[in-house]
Every structure is written in structure tokens, then in C-alpha cells.
Design a protein around this ligand. Structure first.
Ligand SMILES: Cc1ncc(COP(=O)(O)O)c(C=O)c1O
Length: 409
């Protein structure tokens, strides 16, 4: 076996990025297996079981023989429920609303990031996609691997982690094909204000060739204001791909149900699904029908619990010397600024700080560089997913405070 030669892999696959949450998770698991006591804030998923009525709907679907392929765009019952929910939550009415025919269901919201890039850009011809930085790492990975040009747009702490519209305008070229928006946002927890959205829409009206990918997977986890979508602003619906799903709202990350909504692109997305997954899990689709149409008290309870934990973690983080944390408007992430804590403890940057927290304080978090290159002038940040118990939050931030105090030089 020693001299065995293997065929080469494509250059394309060596350009594939990853989600570092999974890499850090592997580190955490290895440390835990070696006996370390680690409190983890790495993984972006609700820490609740899927509500029982949704579980029951899946069991019923299995017993009723819902075992086969479905149409690639999803079962009509689910697409109708999604169209109703998308219109309700985003205030879309009359001719500016969506219908079941505009909806395509997939195995999570994630595949639609790739399908949207594949459907709006061509490989290697210089087509550009603008996306938020820091941002969900799959945006950049899929832009690059599909041969488009990544154009990161820096988010600003002073703007509550929105980007500066003037910088968006400056980033647009005749080759710009798509703008990715994500509100509420991973990793900062920030959400775009009505003014931000109005400014973005005004710029987009000047550039009708640009598609908008509205990643709204955290649309139901917004705390201080009502959710607002770019799709609801004048002239925006037709060019906006609304993406959302069941993962975060109903604690269904492993069921793999997400969707994209756009009248023009729905047939193309359907064809991508036929070419890749065939269809989302038939059983999970019936579970998602219950998630959308059934009682919402479990979803409301989970949201209320995230809000309580947000206030807890933000309050605690702001008491740690050298750490300051804005109050995030949505999702379940906190993105504290640790520039001063790094300086005080002699850590060169947030990644060194993160590693020390893991190995010396027993607390696992992600660093800003796991979400894209650091934005000049924005300092150092780390990410907490606060979908963790109140005890874990109290103990975890307590360990960080002790470590910073002990290691201040
Ligand atoms: C911003 C963002 N978009 C999309 C997804 C993918 O969600 P899904 O589980 O529906 O594929 C995630 C999951 O972490 C996310 O944070």
C-alpha cells in the first residue's frame, strides 16, 4: 500500500471552504474525550428537541406510507403553507405576494445558497457576488468554488453590524450579479433596520441587473422589532430570492427542510433539486407542514427562552474586563468585541484568545476569522452561540472573567 498512487482531486474541490464551527467542534470533542471539562458555545442550533406535535406528524407520515419521492419542488401542502407564512411574516399582499408555485423546498436552506449562485453567475467569467463580512462561511466558499468573484462588504460595529450603504454602492460594478443579505445575521446577531433596508433598496433600484439573496433563516428569531424583509419594499420582490426554513424556528436542524421563494427562479431551482437531491425528505416535509400550520406555542417558548439568555449573556459579557458586547437584535449569537481583552492578556489576536479560552479556561467559542477576513479598523471579536443553558452561560462567562483577571499582564 505504501507506494500506492491515487488519482488527483480537482482544483475546484481544493478551493472548497468549510464551516469552522465543525472544525472547532472536533477539537472540543477530542479535548472532552481526553477528560477536559469544556463548556461549548460553538454550535448554531437550538438546544431544544423538535416540538412533539411535529414529531408526531412525522411518525404519522411514516405510518401512512409517505415513503416515496415527492415532486422536486416539494409537496403542494408544504409549498402552500410556506407561501402563506412568507406573505404573513413579511407583510406581502395582493399582486406583491408570493404563491405556492414560487416556492421550492430543499434539504435545508443551505443548498439554495449554491443553487442561487449557480443560477445567477457563470464560471470563470468574472461575475461578482457581494456578501456580508463577517458572514456565514458558506457564502464565500460557494461563490469561489462556483467560479464567481467574492466581493466582501465589511460590517460596522458602529452601525450595529450593518454595512455602510455607500460602501455597497462603491462595490457594485457592471459584473455584479447578486447581493447576499442576511438578517438577522450570523455571526453578529445584528439585524438590518428599516432605514438600512430602504437605503439598500434605493441603491438596488439603480442597478436592476442584480439579484438579491435574502437569507432570512432567523426571521422568526427577532426580539426588539418586527421582522422586515427587503422583499416587502417597492420593486424588490421580483428580484429577491427569499430563503428561510424550519431548522432554527422549530428546532429542526437535523430534519433538513428549507426553501427558496422567487417566481422567476423557482423552475430553475426545481431543476437543480432534480439534479442533486431529487427532493427533500418526504417524511420531513410532512413534519414541516405541521410546524407551519400547527400550534406555535413551542416555537414562542423557545424564542422567549433565547431572549432571556441573550439578556443574560450580554449582561455578563459586559462585566468581563476588556470585553464589550452590543445587544444583538436577533438569532442566537453574541459577537463581543475582545480587542482590549486580547491586549490585556497578551494575546496577539482573537484566534490566540479563542485558543487560550479553550485550552486554559475550558470554554469553546469561535473567532471572527472563522467568518471571513477581519474588517480593517473593526478590532477583534469572538462568537458565542447562546443556545445553551443558563447554567452554561453563567459558568462559561464566569470562567472567561476569571481567566482574563488571572492573565492580565
Ligand atoms: C445564515 C445562515 N444561513 C443558512 C443556514 C443553513 O440552515 P439550514 O439548516 O436550513 O440549512 C444557516 C445555519 O447555520 C445560517 O446560519
Amino acid at each position: 500500500m505504501k507506494n500506492e498512487q491515487f488519482p488527483k482531486l480537482s482544483n475546484r474541490s481544493s478551493a472548497l471552504g468549510t464551516e469552522n464551527a465543525f472544525v472547532v467542534l472536533a477539537e472540543v470533542t477530542a479535548l472532552q474525550r481526553a477528560g477536559s471539562d469544556i463548556i461549548s458555545f460553538c454550535i448554531g442550533q437550538p438546544d431544544f428537541p423538535t416540538p412533539i406535535n411535529i414529531q408526531d406528524a412525522a411518525v404519522k407520515a411514516i405510518r401512512e406510507g409517505k415513503h416515496g419521492y415527492t415532486p422536486s419542488n416539494g409537496i403542494p401542502e408544504l409549498r402552500e403553507a410556506i407561501a402563506r407564512e412568507v406573505n404573513r411574516l413579511r407583510g406581502l399582499t395582493g399582486t406583491s405576494s408570493v404563491s405556492a408555485d414560487d416556492v421550492v423546498v430543499g434539504s435545508g436552506a443551505k443548498p439554495f445558497i449554491a443553487y442561487a449562485i449557480l443560477s445567477t453567475t457563470d464560471f470563470g467569467v468574472g461575475d461578482e457576488v457581494i456578501y456580508p463580512n463577517p458572514g456565514f462561511p458558506i457564502y464565500e466558499s460557494q461563490i469561489v468554488v462556483n467560479g464567481a468573484v467574492p466581493v466582501p462588504l465589511g460590517l460596522k460595529e458602529a452601525r450595529n453590524f450593518a454595512f455602510d450603504p455607500a460602501e455597497l454602492e462603491a462595490a457594485i460594478t457592471p459584473r455584479t450579479k447578486m447581493l447576499i443579505l442576511n438578517t438577522p445575521h450570523n455571526p453578529t446577531g445584528g439585524s438590518l433596520s428599516a432605514q438600512d433596508l430602504a437605503d439598500i433598496a434605493a441603491i438596488m433600484r439603480k442597478h436592476p441587473q442584480i439579484w438579491i439573496y435574502a437569507d432570512e433563516i432567523y426571521s422568526r428569531l427577532i426580539y426588539s422589532s418586527a421582522f422586515q424583509s427587503i422583499a416587502a419594499l417597492p420593486d424588490m420582490l421580483g428580484r429577491t430570492i427569499i430563503s428561510d426554513g424550519a431548522s432554527k424556528t422549530w428546532a429542526m436542524t437535523g430534519w433538513r427542510i428549507g426553501y427558496a421563494v422567487n417566481k422567476t427562479l423557482a423552475p430553475t431551482f426545481t431543476r437543480w433539486v432534480t439534479n442533486t437531491e431529487s427532493c427533500a425528505s418526504h417524511i420531513s416535509q410532512w413534519a414541516a407542514v405541521e410546524a407551519l400550520n400547527g400550534p406555535q406555542d413551542a416555537a414562542e417558548m423557545m424564542k422567549a427562552s433565547f431572549l432571556k439568555r441573550r439578556d443574560l449573556i450580554v449582561g455578563l459579557l459586559n462585566q468581563v474586563p476588556g470585553i464589550s458586547c452590543l445587544t444583538p437584535g436577533g438569532a442566537f449569537y453574541a459577537w463581543p468585541n475582545v480587542t482590549e481583552a486580547c491586549r490585556m492578556t497578551g494575546c496577539a489576536d482573537s484566534e490566540v484568545f479563542r485558543k487560550k479560552l479553550l485550552t486554559e479556561a475550558g470554554v469553546a467559542v469561535l473567532a471572527d476569522i472563522h467568518f471571513g477576513a477581519r474588517v480593517a479598523g473593526e478590532g477583534q471579536h469572538i462568537r458565542f452561540s447562546y443556545a445553551a443553558s443558563e447554567k452554561a452561560i453563567n459558568d462559561g462567562v464566569g470562567r472567561i472573567a476569571d481567566w482574563v483577571k488571572k492573565n492580565t499582564k
